[in-house]
Design a protein around this ligand. Structure first.
Ligand code: ADP
Ligand code: ZN
Ligand code: ZN
Length: 816
């Protein structure tokens, strides 16, 4: 008898055995997909990870339904990597498989499909079966795969549906809600009427009396002859020194016609720009050092101040790899940043750059997946957010992790809760590829690894073009409030600086951390925020209990009536947001145009890009925003950055609060003065002498690093301890409370390491589920594998207690 071992796309840790015929057995390879029945009626797309002749002893193996692929679409390196992720991050292999693949490659009987909206379908290219499905969708807006089985009256329908998705006719229901649309660029071409040359002279003749329109048409010809590339309206107008209303007139006359291309999917015909990139001397030095480090290190950390030109160094490194024909992966922390970068990379590498992230449509993701597995030159370089890590690379030679300190590299929900930077290092190892981590403010963990010689370290301390780092002015809020030098949340100094910048035609960024909403109690006289006695964090205000609580150890106290530091009774609960800042701004500067970038304003499809664009085009003079602003954006006319209140970041209840505050302030400050003129940063704070604020002011990364490292050791946090966070959820308050206590007790009795909790988080109920958390700290010296095994065993015995079985437990390894 012949069998295949498969992974199912379900939250199941086990693999399953299915029967195949002898012929099928000889045909299938690891990494091919098969459709299999599971449970009473369901069908799933499973992945073959092995084939063998060992009959399972516990159950009778069912037969597979059909084989979907002719060649593997997942590599053996990937399978091994996914298994590593499952074991390291303590989740089911099925979770990794499900999270890794575009969902269009994972059709199942429950999948719902629809016709892609507003698309013209050429019915003549459809096969009979495809046509039947297409026709059914004209009557019904969506269909389940099961319905289609009935329509076609056969079982093996996944390949037909796959083809329709590949043809861009069908989409999965889940995507209909939120199809990601990157920015569209407007292009023009000559109307198809003029395809033959004969019409041309006639055309110019008719435009004889419309000189401006004629000029545009002539410019179009010149540009097209020279560049042989699509011509954007912007470029045409600029070159002809004309206006877009004249182009519009030509479109109305049907001489030109407009069309749109997504900015990051523009195909460059011909070669990429020949203009070689010239590295500055410090860049050149860093570039050579990185290559030297790579001789005996697998990972190198590039610590270069903001605007030191790290991107250009990445480009040079990629260039070296291109000639070898090997693949390069470039990871970014934020989808919204890809557009900016893709443009920059395509200038050098033309159509060798592929883009991948979870917000792309299935069709686009499947297309790139196929290009990568075929080792197509079109995907030799892949840029993407963290999920790009799961693509089927076969021959990677370099992975770049830009802004490696960003917490968005860590997936929170659902499982697999992996850290893309760390998982990238493991992946690179399997390919014998190198990893470059880049940041102006490296994470403590990465810098520690560099200091302890695990990673190579290369530093650049000056900005490109010798532009100076911004000058930082601290404004003492306590003093300003006392002397009545405040208008709302704006100090007089900040107002003056904004006035100056505006009068010079320069732009301003005001930063107000979203985290400012997290409730803490602050003394209005001295700025004191009550801290936990046992942990280095602020206490969080819980209104319903009128209590201050520690997020980490469970310590709590009644809400104080006066400040424990200065006895003042002027206490305030804290949290002011971007919206209020923008309102105040409008009343102080009624003539300035303002914009706001936070979760509320960027929720829409184009939200983020729209705001970035109008700021770049200088339609917005003052931009107010949250930490989204801190992520590697390059604006050249910003001369002033204001940080409205540094303290809300500092006192966030988290062991990384000081590290993050330093990173965030340094990164936003880095948006100021990126070209020529030195920029300015105004930081408003109650604590101008706080070590972290001083470290930001003096650009003292090392000072911040040493201090934090010391604290991390004392308070048992990374890099000295690995943190595993368990989150328990259930609708029944008492059940989850008891269950958490049970689990905590078992853990603390059986683990020879700190176990904290069970803690009720500040947001203790989400979607009607009550939450409890437990924190396990595994010392770096303890054997990590066996500690996790012990933990897993206890989780399994927890599940076997009948009254606790319904409690959901999420395991977050290396919790960020
Ligand atoms: P970082 O990523 O280190 O903050 P960037 O790579 O964004 O810095 O570079 C900052 C600015 O300097 C960008 O506008 C970039 O185009 C410019 N720049 C950096 N290096 C060069 C170079 N070698 N030649 C031309 N421009 C450069
Ligand atoms: Zn505490
Ligand atoms: Zn006080």
């Amino acid at each position: 008898m012949y069998f295949v071992e498969v992974i199912l796309p379900l939250s199941l840790a086990k693999t399953f055995t299915y029967r195949v015929s002898e012929a099928e057995f000889h045909f299938v390879k690891k990494g091919m997909r098969v459709v299999v029945p599971f449970g009473k009626t369901k069908m799933y797309t499973a992945l073959i990870i092995d084939k063998h002749q060992n009959e399972p002893s516990l159950y009778e193996a069912k037969e597979i339904d059909q084989i979907l692929d002719e060649n593997p679409i997942v590599t053996e390196i990937q399978i091994a990597h996914w298994q590593w992720i499952a074991s390291y991050y303590m989740c089911a292999i099925g979770d990794v498989y499900r999270g890794a693949m575009p969902s269009a490659l994972l059709l199942e009987s429950e999948t719902i499909i629809s016709q892609k909206p507003s698309i013209a379908v050429d019915e003549s290219v459809l096969s009979d079966e495809e046509f039947l499905i297409y026709q059914a969708l004209q009557q019904q807006s969506s269909l389940r795969i099961q319905d289609i089985t009935a329509i076609l009256n056969k079982k093996t329908i996944f390949p037909v549906i796959q083809k329709l998705i590949d043809k861009n006719i069908l989409v999965l229901q889940e995507e209909v809600q939120e199809l990601y649309k990157p920015k569209l660029v407007r292009y023009v071409r000559l109307h198809s009427k003029y395809d033959s040359n004969s019409g041309l002279s006639e055309l110019l003749e008719t435009l004889k009396s419309a000189a401006k329109q004629r000029e545009i048409v002539l410019t179009y010809f010149q540009l097209f002859a020279k560049e042989k590339q699509p011509i954007s309206v912007k470029k045409l107008v600029e070159t002809a020194n004309s206006t877009s209303s004249i182009v519009k007139a030509l479109i109305e006359k049907e001489i030109l016609e407009e069309y749109f291309i997504q900015e990051d999917r523009i195909n460059f015909e011909g070669n990429a720009q020949e203009t070689a990139l010239q590295l500055s001397e410090p860049q050149e030095r860093a570039f050579n050092e990185i290559n030297n480090r790579f001789e005996d290190k697998e990972v190198c950390l590039l610590h270069g101040v903001t605007s030191s030109g790290k991107t250009e160094i990445y480009i040079k490194l990629i260039e070296e790899q291109l000639a070898t024909g090997k693949q390069v992966l470039y990871l970014l922390p934020e989808i919204a940043l890809t557009t900016q970068l893709v443009g920059r990379l395509r200038t050098y590498f033309g159509d060798k750059v592929g883009v991948y992230h979870s917000k792309y449509s299935n069709n686009e993701r499947v297309e790139l997946w196929r290009q990568v597995i075929e080792k197509s030159p079109k995907a030799q370089i892949v840029i993407g957010a963290r999920s790009a890590l799961f693509l089927p690379f076969s021959d990677l030679s370099l992975i770049i992790v830009d802004e490696e300190h960003e917490q968005t590299f860590k997936q929170v929900d659902p499982a697999p809760r992996y850290h893309a930077r760390d998982a990238a290092i493991v992946l690179a190892n399997a390919h014998q590829a190198k990893v470059l981590l880049g940041s102006a403010t490296p994470s403590i963990e990465s810098y520690f690894n560099a200091q302890s010689d695990k990673y190579g370290l290369v530093e650049i301390s000056e900005r490109y073009g010798k532009v100076q780092l911004p000058e930082i002015e601290l404004v003492d809020l306590k003093d300003s409030y006392f002397r009545k030098k405040m208008t709302g949340h704006f100090s007089n100094s900040l107002i003056e600086s904004i006035t100056t910048a505006l009068s010079l035609g320069e732009q301003v960024i005001l930063f107000q951390n979203r985290r400012g909403y997290s409730p803490i109690i602050e003394c209005l006289t001295c700025g004191n925020v009550p801290q936990c006695q046992q942990c280095d964090v602020s206490l969080t205000y819980h209104q319903h209990k009128n209590q201050l609580r520690c997020h980490y150890c469970g310590y709590s106290m009644a809400k104080p009536t006066h400040c424990h530091s200065c006895s003042s009774i002027d206490l305030a609960t804290k949290g002011f947001g971007t919206e209020q800042i923008e309102q105040e701004l409008q009343s102080i500067f009624p003539n300035a145009t303002t914009g706001r970038m936070d979760q509320d304003t960027t929720r829409g499809k184009f939200g983020f890009e729209k705001i970035i664009d109008s700021f770049k085009n200088q339609e917005i003079q003052i931009l107010v925003g949250t930490q989204m602003l801190a992520k590697g954006l390059d604006f050249n006319n910003v001369s002033l950055v204001g940080i409205m209140n540094a303290d809300t970041m500092l006192y966030h209840p988290d062991f990384r609060a000081f590290e993050r505050s330093f990173q965030m302030m340094t990164q936003v400050a880095g948006r100021a003065g990126r070209s020529e003129k030195q920029g300015k940063v105004v930081i408003q704070t109650y604590n101008p002498n706080h070590n972290t604020i001083q470290q930001v002011t003096n650009n003292d990364y090392i000072g911040m690093y040493k201090e934090q490292l010391y604290d991390r050791q004392i308070y048992k946090y990374p890099p000295y301890f690995r943190i595993i966070k368990l989150t328990l959820k259930h609708r029944d308050f008492d059940k989850v409370k008891e269950g958490a206590m049970w689990l905590y007790q078992v853990m603390s009795q059986n683990l020879n390491m700190p176990v904290l909790g069970p803690e009720e988080p500040p947001i203790s109920r989400i979607r009607n589920e009550y939450i409890r958390t437990i924190l396990i700290k595994i010392p770096q010296t303890a054997p990590i594998g066996s500690s996790k095994k012990t933990i897993q065993k206890m989780l399994t015995s927890f599940e076997s207690v009948p009254q606790y079985r319904p409690i959901k437990v999420a395991v977050n390894v290396d919790y960020y």
